[in-house]
Design a binder for this molecule. Structure first.
Ligand SMILES: CCCCCCCC/C=C\CCCCCCCC(=O)SCCNC(=O)CCNC(=O)[C@H](O)C(C)(C)COP(=O)(O)OP(=O)(O)OC[C@H]1O[C@@H](n2cnc3c(N)ncnc32)[C@H](O)[C@@H]1OP(=O)(O)O
Ligand SMILES: Cc1cc2nc3c(=O)[nH]c(=O)nc-3n(C[C@H](O)[C@H](O)[C@H](O)COP(=O)(O)OP(=O)(O)OC[C@H]3O[C@@H](n4cnc5c(N)ncnc54)[C@H](O)[C@@H]3O)c2cc1C
Length: 665
């Protein structure tokens, strides 16, 4: 391991002895193969050895503006380094945008992220071949830098309510962009505040006096030389946030700003010279860029969770506290069952989320290829699953990160622990790219439709036809998965019953929907959990895993699916047949026993498992999580960097405190 140093905390050393499985096998599995691991390591060496990419002082001590300048400096340097990257440009770029390598260098957020994560994908997904020819090379070469400007001060979720207008003027063959009110101002787009000079802007398209709905437009915002906003463009940054502070999220207003007709991105719908509107085959195709990001966010959140779990697990094996056996040495806090209960479920979740995200990524690629050929059949399933997994991974991920922080006691509250930053990033994903509740309701819409119409895509096939599988629940993994499936089906039926009850009372469908929201959301969540659990169980059936790796992964899988079942036990009570058969109570007694046994079985492998994530110290960026476990020395070293420690008496003592001390109040 690259970061092996002379010191190794004796407790960690012991944890690492006699590892029953080959850590590298798991590393390769997570990377997607031996070659991918080698490629990643080579890339990490290339990027992380560059002195100019290291922080002179911790970012926390810089001002808002200085943080931005510093991250922009490094982001630009990284882009230069792309050219000679040993891994090739595309894999390097992917690695640099995400929560792994990228966030090791750009801890506060990448000011160029939106260019790669949304602007270029929007051009590719929404632009015609000609438009791509005109803009893509410039974008790839960073001659222009773009963002995706959709959300407004007044509306983020309800896209049909966006207020920015783009009105076609056939006389000049231009669109006139206008922000008709304060709430119409674009608000939130990343990189918009200071970095981007172009944007894909979503606006209501008006032609021949008729509104045709939101459409994507390619808009230049700033002068390419001076970077000054163009006349008719009002631009600024929105200020400090809970996290991601150097993503320079911004605002943008248009004052009768004109763009040529061919800057409407016309892959799916067109406006002809005379103003005639040509409809897309599906009105939701203009939402495709969001679908892409929802897919990659699942992977990103998982990487962040791996970091949090690694930090907390290593720390918990170094930290000794209290007394377990009277008179004995203080135990490693990891030996408390309560601590295992905090940390082992998120550890298992990192595998569960990764496997589900891999499935989603494959579905995305297949669906996208089909869409390019004009076949939209997979679109509803892709929309349903990307919403479900984005909402699930981000919400569970954020909760797990917070539990990891708590598991580190006081030291977890330090900025240098890196938990605040990791949490800031993961919880942001609960909101951006579709607020989670809103996405759950989209999923529920798909589930209800499938159940009622008895037709739907692969991810919802279990809702079609009679329930299959055993009527009683056994204790095998298959048996538990079946319980998940019956819960998911049961909750959709409960939600439908609720909708029908309101219907019978004479409520309009939209009111009935609103009044069933609690049930609908539960059904959507149960569906997402079923998908994750099935992916985990099924992926253990295939592949050529060695026996020791299969054993530990099976334990994690079992732990995880029982953990969720116990956590969500309340939901089973909604499904009446479970209660009738007294299934619920008996099940839980058996499961709790098994869960506790699994905690004890996995405990000895916790450090070996997080080691196999192979996250370098620079990526963890936390004195609590370093490979060598030299926690206390590193915490001391971090404290020494505080500006308040640069003199023994701070100047403010003489200014404020001394007069107070002498004032005899
Ligand atoms: C290359 C490297 C990669 C590296 C990885 C890096 C990782 C990232 C890391 C760090 C970077 C940080 C990045 C931050 C970025 C953040 C960016 C943003 O936040 S951009 C703003 C997002 N905004 C939203 O997401 C709005 C949410 N709202 C909506 O999506 C819609 O308004 C919605 C879906 C809630 C309702 O839309 P309705 O009102 O038009 O539609 P209705 O009437 O409800 O549904 C109509 C039909 O359309 C379908 N539908 C809706 N959306 C669809 C879609 N997207 N695709 C397909 N069908 C869809 C529905 O299923 C429904 O179908 P039926 O009628 O039931 O058959
Ligand atoms: C870090 C970050 C980066 C972002 N980057 C970008 C970007 O690059 N480009 C961009 O365009 N946007 C961006 N956004 C904006 C983001 O996409 C929106 O904030 C998000 O879509 C939520 O919309 P909203 O803020 O309008 O919330 P709202 O919709 O106002 O949500 C407020 C509350 O209302 C509830 N609610 C809303 N509608 C419903 C409903 N139909 N049923 C039930 N409950 C409902 C929500 O659940 C929530 O509890 C970013 C946001 C963040 C936080």
């Amino acid at each position: 391991m690259s970061q092996k140093e002379t010191y190794e905390n004796p407790d960690l050393k012991k944890e690492r002895q006699n590892c029953p499985f080959n850590k590298e096998e798991i590393t390769n599995l997570l990377d997607g193969g031996k070659e991918k691991t080698a490629e990643r390591k080579q890339l990490e060496n290339y990027i992380l050895s560059d002195e100019q990419l290291k922080d002179a002082v911790p970012m926390e001590y810089l001002s808002h503006a200085d943080k931005y300048a510093e991250e922009l400096r490094k982001a630009c340097l990284l882009m230069h380094k792309l050219e000679n990257s040993p891994a090739g440009q595309v894999p390097t770029l992917r690695a640099l945008m995400g929560a792994g390598l990228g966030s090791a260098v750009l801890k506060e957020g990448n000011p160029l992220a939106l260019h790669y994560v949304m602007f270029i994908p929007a051009l590719m997904g929404q632009g015609t071949i000609d438009q791509q020819a005109k803009w893509l090379a410039k974008a790839y070469n960073l001659n222009i830098i773009g963002t995706y400007a959709q959300t407004e001060l007044g509306h983020g979720t309800f896209l049909r309510g966006l207020e920015t207008t783009a009105t076609y003027d056939p006389n000049t063959q231009e669109f006139v962009l206008e922000s008709p009110s304060l709430t119409a101002y674009k608000w939130w787009p990343g990189s918009l505040g200071k970095t981007a000079n172009y944007a894909v802007v979503m606006a209501q398209l008006y032609t021949k006096g008729k509104c045709e709905g939101t459409h994507p437009f390619m808009v230049q915002l700033r002068d390419e030389e001076t970077h000054e906003p163009l006349p008719g463009i009002v631009i600024g940054e929105i200020g400090p946030k809970l996290g991601m502070n150097t993503n320079d999220n911004g605002y943008l207003g248009f004052e009768k700003f004109r763009i040529p007709r061919d800057q409407l991105l016309m892959k799916h719908s067109q406006v002809l010279e005379d103003g005639t509107y040509v409809k897309p085959t599906n009105s939701k195709l203009s939402y495709a860029t969001m679908v892409f990001v929802r897919v990659v966010v699942c992977q990103d959140v998982t990487t962040n969770l791996r970091k949090a779990v690694t930090i907390a697990t290593r720390y918990s094996c170094v930290r000794r506290q209290s007394e377990l056996k009277p008179g004995d040495r203080e135990p490693q806090v990891m030996d408390y069952q309560a601590q295992q209960n905090k940390l082992l479920p998120p550890l298992a979740a990192t595998f569960a989320f990764q496997l589900a995200s891999d499935h989603l990524w494959n579905l995305y690629n297949t669906a996208n290829n089909n869409i390019e050929q004009g076949d939209l059949e997979l679109l509803p399933d892709l929309h349903g699953l990307s919403c479900a997994l984005k909402a699930l991974c981000s919400s569970e991920g954020a909760n797990f990160v917070e539990v990891c922080r708590q598991s580190c006691g006081g030291h977890g509250y330090m900025a240098c622990s890196n938990f605040p930053r990791i949490y800031g990033q993961v919880t942001a994903a609960e909101t951006y790219e579709g607020e989670n509740t809103v996405l759950w309701l989209q999923v529920a819409r798909y589930l209800v439709k499938t159940r009622k119409e008895q037709t739907g895509g692969l991810s919802v096939k279990y809702l079609i036809g009679e329930e299959k599988g055993p009527k009683t629940v056994d204790t095998t993994l298959e048996g538990i998965v079946h319980l998940y499936r019956r819960t998911a089906v049961g909750l959709v039926d409960v939600a439908i019953a609720e909708l029908e009850k309101s219907g019978r009372k004479g409520e309009a469908p939209h009111d009935a929907w609103n009044h069933a929201a609690v049930y609908l959301i539960k059904a959507a969540q149960a569906h997402a959990r079923l998908f994750v659990v099935e992916s985990f169980v099924n992926s253990l059936k295939v592949g050529n895993l060695s026996a020791p790796v299969r054993t530990v992964l099976s334990q994690l899988c079992e732990l995880f699916i029982i953990y969720w079942l116990l956590e969500r036990s309340g939901e089973l009570f909604f499904v009446r047949q479970f209660i009738k058969k007294r299934l619920v109570t008996v099940e839980f007694q058996v499961r709790t026993l098994l869960y506790v046994k699994l905690l004890a079985a996995i405990r000895p492998q916790a450090v070996n498992l997080v080691d196999s994530f192979d996250l370098r110290d620079e990526i963890l960026a936390s004195p609590l999580g370093c490979w060598d476990g030299n926690v206390y020395q590193r915490l001391f070293d971090e404290a020494a960097k505080s500006p308040l420690n640069q003199s023994s008496v701070h100047e403010s003592f003489h200014k404020y405190l001394k007069p107070l001390l002498k004032s005899n109040l």
